[in-house]
Every structure is written in structure tokens, then in C-alpha cells.
Design a protein around this ligand. Structure first.
Ligand code: ADP
Ligand code: MG
Length: 500
């Protein structure tokens, strides 16, 4: 196991003891060139604590950022024996006899899907809980009673199915499934967590998108966003010894096929938010043009920004006579890591510059417009709001049809365009399907599970984002050579003084 703290958290984690691993499947992980960073991120825990080193097979003490870049294997990773370490997290590689040649990283990674079943709520009093969970990852819904009175069932299988009945379970869920995604982000890969489900199924609760400063800064925050921030800033604290790190936050909402910047201070736009376009860079990166990207140096700063964004979100929603459940909210963190010149010699050239993006997405309610009883303007609004989800379904279909990918209709909606990398592209992606256990939601729950099981068949192509522009690379190498030159001169002077 990578490290002591992580091992302890994992060993006691019932979610991890029941089969399918949470991270990469065996042998699927990236090869040896990320093990330096992996040895650090192995130490991340859901608490945001980092322990580098400490256990028998620890990555940190023996192989951490001490220039040796050894192995940070998973459960079965063979420390120091070379070859790839695979196991529960299926990561790592190298070690004492590991390959010293740096291979470009390119690995296939399937979209992981977890179904989260929330408890019955007060307004569902009298409803029957119809969800049956069969560990490790199976869930069954009964078929609706048919004419002859016999009952059959709809079975589904996911990477995990969890009843989130307490903050503890929520924390375990995070450690088992979300943490590996955040680790990928720290390692220089793009990553996405997105929550899908009908309104009221627990998407916002799970993602923690509407968290306020208090939630973000709580010692034990709940929700994917606040927890991830805690983990990230712990990582940054340690990794800053080796890298200069810039973290930027962006918060946008897609409503009625318009992209609105929730961090913009501009109030002139319609509804007090500026509408933005989506563009693609020459390297294929899709981004929101002109969206505020704010440099953030602490959790406090991000908390302030999220507060600001959420206030704007609810104000805009009020003006538009809509509810936040009818828009998609996307928090995007971008992290640039550039090896300090003083550490550059200890770091393989492929790991000296890393640029990664983490999308945390709280989708609009997936119920069909006709089920909401909307009419007139509201109906047409609903149609274009659901256009994103409908096109998301079409993208998932196109990606999983089995035949060679022909056309994937990413451009048909703002949502699919923005999530182009997350589904079928360059991203480690976790799809969280949120469902209510109540019998009255049978049809919507069934729709969600069907949608989610299609998403599970998507294969992404993960690629380490480690390329500087030729000009930047040249500048970096020039500074490095200068430093080596000056070290060399100092050594020569010292040798001359000793008279050798
Ligand atoms: P959605 O964003 O999908 O519309 P919410 O996240 O707002 O749904 O959840 C609806 C209600 O259910 C909220 O009051 C929320 O606090 C509650 N809820 C959701 N998931 C859980 C859970 N796992 N445990 C307790 N309450 C939950
Ligand atoms: Mg919500």
C-alpha cells in the first residue's frame, strides 16, 4: 500500500472490502513516470491529511520526493522490485529496478459509476422503500405490478451502490470513489465528478455545490466540493516544496442553453450574469471564453468565491423565476504545477510541468418536462434545459454503441460541449447516479439507473497533461542550465580552495 494513513483509512473502509476497486482496474494504471507524484498522492486521505511514508511498504519514506521516485503500488504493488504495481488502486510502477525510461502516459480508463441511494425523506412518509442493494455493486428495482399480479425485477450493476445514511458513509464513499479521482487531478490528469438524477434525489447534497463558507471550512466537511478542497490544499501544502503551484477556480451555470458566469462582478448582463461562449483551443481543450478564473491560495478564498457564486446563482434563479434544480452548476479547478528550479534535477523531465482540470458538476434534475407539469414559457425553458441532458444521453449512446466511434454529437448542447473531455475524452470520470428509494419515484429511479448503466460502458483516454509550449520549455531549460552552471562553478571554487 502506498502509505500508512491511506492504508489505515482503506482497511477499515467497508466500501473497499467488497469487490471492485475504486480506482484504476488492475494493470490499467499509468506506467512508471508518475510514480513520484503518486507516492505523494498515495498519502492523501479523505480527511485531507497527508502522511508521506511511515508504513512498511510506504511510498513516501523510501521512495518519495527524495529523488528516487520509486514505486507507489496499490494493494499488491511490489515495492522496489520493479515492474508495475497494481492492486486496489492499480497505480504505481518502477521501483528499484523499475524502468528509468520515461514513457508517454496514455491509458484507457472506464467511466466509474456509483449509485447513491438517499434515505426516505419526511415528504415521502408512507412510501415504500423499493430499492434492493446486493453488494458489491448490484441494485434491483421491482417491476411495476403487472396484470397477472406477478412481480419481476430490474437488476443493474455498477462500480458501487451505496445507501448514504450517515455522514460516516458519505465520508467512506468519498474515500473509496472520489479521492482516487482527485488524486488523478493532483497527478496532472483531467478529472470529473458529475451527479445525475431527478430533482430531490440528492445531487446537491452529494456534490456539496451549494455549500457556504461554514461548510467548506468545517473540520469534517460533507459533500464532494468541500471535501475535495480540503484534500487539495493539503496536497498543495506538501507539493509546494517541490512545485510552484497555481490553482484557479471557475464557477459557471448552464441555464436554458446559456452559460452564465457566477463569479463575474459584472451586473449589466441579463439577469445580472454575463453570458459566455464555449471555445476550443488548438490542443482540443474546451473552455468557457471570458469566464472569471480566480487564483485561489486557501480554502478560505475558495469558500468566499463559492458563497459569491451561490448568491449570484440564487439571485439569477429568482429573477428568472426558476429554481437552481433546473440549471447545471459546474465548479472547475485548474491546477498548474511547475517544478521549482531547485527541485528540477530530482524530477523526471516528464513531470516538471503538469496542468490539470477538475470539473465538479451538479446537473439539472433529470425528470422529463412533461412530468413537471410545466406549460408555456416554462415548458420551452424546460425543453432547452433538458436539451443538455438529452444530448448528454445521445453522447453516451454514441460512445457506447459498440461500433467504431463515428460522430459524437458533443456540439449539440452547451453541456455536452463543456463535458467533451469528461465523457469519451481525456479525463478520469466518476458518474454519481443519485436516486430516491421511494416507490413513488419508481419510474424516475429506473430512468436514472438505465442512463447510468450506459455511462458505465464509456471508455476515456487518459493522458498526462505535461507539455509546456516550446518557448516556455526553452526558458525553463535555460534557467536550469544556469543553475547547474552556477553549482558547477561553486564546486570548482571549493575544490580549488582545498587544493585538490
Ligand atoms: P437534488 O440536488 O438532487 O435536487 P438535494 O441534494 O437538494 O437534491 O436533496 C434533496 C433533499 O434530500 C435535501 O433536503 C437534502 O438535504 C436531502 N438529502 C439528500 N441526500 C441525503 C442523504 N444522503 N442524507 C440525508 N438527506 C439527504
Ligand atoms: Mg440540486
Amino acid at each position: 500500500m502506498g502509505c500508512g494513513a491511506s492504508k489505515a483509512a482503506v482497511a477499515n473502509d467497508p466500501l473497499l472490502l467488497d469487490g471492485k476497486g475504486s480506482g484504476q482496474k488492475s494493470g490499467n494504471g499509468p506506467s512508471s513516470n508518475v510514480f513520484g507524484l503518486l507516492s505523494l498522492t498515495r498519502g492523501l486521505t479523505a480527511d485531507g491529511a497527508i502522511t508521506v511514508g511511515g508504513s512498511e511498504n510506504s511510498a513516501g519514506g523510501m521512495y518519495g520526493f527524495d529523488g528516487k521516485f520509486g514505486l507507489a503500488g496499490g494493494e499488491n504493488g511490489a515495492s522496489g522490485t520493479g515492474g508495475a504495481g497494481v492492486g486496489k488502486f492499480g497505480v504505481g510502477g518502477g521501483g528499484k529496478n523499475g524502468s528509468s525510461s520515461i514513457q508517454p502516459i496514455n491509458s484507457e480508463s472506464s467511466v466509474k459509476v456509483v449509485t447513491v441511494v438517499r434515505p426516505l425523506m419526511d415528504h415521502e412518509k408512507g412510501c415504500e422503500d423499493i430499492v434492493k442493494i446486493l453488494p458489491p455493486g448490484k441494485i434491483e428495482l421491482p417491476k411495476k405490478q403487472n396484470g397477472s399480479g406477478t412481480e419481476d425485477k430490474y437488476p443493474f450493476e455498477f462500480d458501487r451502490v451505496v445507501r448514504v445514511t450517515s455522514p460516516e458513509v458519505s465520508k467512506e464513499l468519498y474515500a473509496a470513489l472520489v479521492l482516487p479521482v482527485v488524486e488523478r487531478f493532483c497527478q496532472g490528469f483531467n478529472a470529473t465528478v458529475l451527479a445525475y438524477g431527478q430533482t430531490g434525489s440528492g445531487k446537491t447534497y452529494t456534490m456539496g455545490t451549494s455549500c457556504n463558507s461554514k461548510d467548506v471550512l468545517a473540520p469534517d466537511p460533507t459533500g464532494v466540493v468541500p471535501r475535495s478542497l480540503k484534500v487539495l490544499f493539503s496536497y498543495i501544502q506538501i507539493a509546494s516544496q517541490t512545485y510552484d503551484i497555481i490553482l484557479k477556480a471557475q464557477y459557471v451555470e448552464i441555464y436554458n442553453e446559456n452559460v452564465l458566469d457566477l463569479l463575474s462582478t459584472e451586473t449589466s448582463g441579463k439577469n445580472g450574469t454575463s453570458k459566455l461562449d464555449i471555445r476550443e483551443r488548438p490542443d482540443g481543450d474546451v473552455y468557457v471564453e471570458g469566464a472569471c478564473e480566480i487564483n485561489v491560495k486557501s480554502r478560505e478564498e475558495v469558500a468566499r468565491i463559492l458563497d459569491q457564486g451561490n448568491t449570484k446563482r440564487s439571485t439569477a434563479a429568482h429573477k428568472m423565476n426558476s429554481e437552481s434544480s433546473r440549471s447545471h452548476a459546474i465548479v472547475t479547478l485548474t491546477m498548474e504545477q511547475r517544478a521549482k528550479i531547485s527541485s528540477a534535477q530530482k524530477i523526471p523531465a516528464d513531470l516538471r510541468f503538469l496542468l490539470s482540470k477538475l470539473n465538479l458538476v451538479d446537473l439539472a434534475g433529470s425528470e422529463r418536462v412533461k412530468d413537471t407539469g410545466a406549460s408555456g414559457d416554462r415548458f420551452s425553458e424546460g425543453v432547452s434545459i433538458n436539451k443538455g441532458l438529452m444530448e448528454l444521453g445521445n453522447v453516451i449512446n454514441a460512445l457506447t454503441e459498440g461500433k467504431k466511434r463515428s460522430h459524437v454529437p458533443y456540439r449539440n448542447s452547451k453541456l455536452t460541449r463543456l463535458l467533451q473531455d469528461s465523457l469519451g475524452g481525456n479525463s478520469e470520470t466518476l458518474f454519481v447516479a443519485c436516486v430516491s428509494p421511494a416507490d413513488k419515484n419508481h419510474e424516475q429511479t429506473l430512468n436514472t439507473l438505465r442512463y447510468a448503466s450506459r455511462a458505465r460502458a464509456i471508455r476515456n483516454n487518459l493522458r498526462l497533461n505535461n507539455k509546456l509550449s516550446p518557448e516556455e520549455e526553452l526558458e525553463y531549460l535555460r534557467t536550469l542550465v544556469q543553475q547547474l552552471q552556477s553549482e558547477n562553478d561553486q564546486l570548482k571554487t571549493r575544490l580549488a580552495k582545498t587544493g585538490l
